[in-house]
Write a protein that binds this ligand. Structure first.
Ligand code: ZN
Length: 150
């Protein structure tokens, strides 16, 4: 595994729309491994491939220690409720902001074995799903934050 460089706000790569993964190659599996290591090192709870300069629809999330969620080509298939909470981003260091997000989110994605699965989360996990999936479309949470804090 290798630690990757996390791109920071201002880098145009963060604003690009990522391409779906067509075939799960060893390169994609290495990317997942490296993203997880990079996220752990940075003490984040989620990381999207464009944050490490790879324009592919790949995300790792670990809001609960030891429960790693790997998402390939994820999409939100259901939401319910709303929440207003503070979030931050490894690509926007030193800042945080309050956002509106759904309270419950269900995502459909592929795992590294190419199997489709659905996963649901509430609260922090629901926010992480929304935040990381936004990255895949070049969106940052600061775009829609209600308030920002330094
Ligand atoms: Zn982020």
């Amino acid at each position: 595994m290798a630690k990757l460089n996390i791109l920071k706000i201002g880098d145009e790569t963060l604003r690009k729309v990522c391409r779906p993964v067509e075939t799960i190659t060893p390169r994609i599996c290495t990317l997942l491994d490296d993203m997880l290591e990079t996220m752990h090192e940075a003490e984040g709870v989620g990381l999207a491939a464009p944050q490490v300069g790879v324009l592919r629809r790949v995300v790792v999330i670990e809001v609960e220690e030891g429960k790693v969620i790997e998402l390939i080509n994820p999409r939100i298939i259901a939401t319910a409720g709303t929440q207003e909470e503070i979030e931050g981003c490894l690509s926007v260091p030193g800042r945080s902001g309050k956002t509106h997000r759904p309270m419950h989110v269900t995502v459909r994605a592929m795992n590294r074995n190419g199997e489709e699965f659905d996963i649901s989360g509430s609260g922090l996990l629901a926010r992480a799903f929304c935040h990381e999936l936004d990255h895949l479309d070049g969106k940052l949470y600061i775009d829609n934050a209600i308030e920002m804090y330094d």
